[in-house]
Design a protein around this ligand. Sequence first.
Ligand code: FPP
Length: 250
Amino acid sequence: MTSLKDKINMDKLPQHIAIIMDGNGRWAKQKGELRVFGHKNGTKSVKETTEACGELGIKYLTLYAFSTENWNRPKFEINFLMELLVSTISRETKRLMDNDVRLLAIGDLDSLPSACYRELMSAIEQTKNNKTLTVILALSYSSRNEIVEATKKIGEAIKNGKMKPEDITEQTIIENIYTKDIPDPELLIRTSGEHRISNFLLWQLAYTELYFTETLWPDFGKEQLYEAIIDYQNRERRFGMTSEQVTVKS
Ligand code: FPP
């Protein structure tokens, strides 16, 4: 079977891909199943996407797994998602180690149930020296809240005489948000046909290429990721290169 992988320009890979994994509920409904069946199948797409990023040599993959707004969902669905996170992380930690994948998390992690928090911290600790790929889970994440928290920290530093208001630069903000050591994503993917950012990485997406696909998250696999990367590379070919490079290519 031919794969779109062969059409990817390995010299022009994004180093950071962020994904809004959407459409689990609709996918399940189409099959006459409960929404949580969609989440369960969504973990397969998480696995496939992580594997594909590792194989290609992409350095960072950020996955929007749970927003602060998601706390408003029915209790049953929240509990299911939290248990799914715990079981997936504990089951996959060995595979992360075998594949040299480091796990990180961003968001209001203190608001997670204690079992979920413990499992997450244990996997983060175990994988902390891995280098091939970093997977960042956005959990109980709100970008506006991230910016509010950063502003508070900067305010404190000014109050304590550690800096002056006129010293604030873009770098000051970067150093005070959750992603301070992570480069901005070059490519954002949102599945399920919704064309929104939904309070995700508002600062970090300033120059990111946005890619929207109708595919529902549980149907998203390696080939769909390759398709998104090729689309990104085509846009870069039109806008990102010098005229000399374009001449060489054509
Ligand atoms: C959005 O679909 C998806 C979520 C809110 C949860 C995403 C979680 C997973 C894919 C599984 C766990 C992840 C990891 C990292 C182990 P939706 O429920 O909003 O779908 P809908 O828009 O069709 O209702």
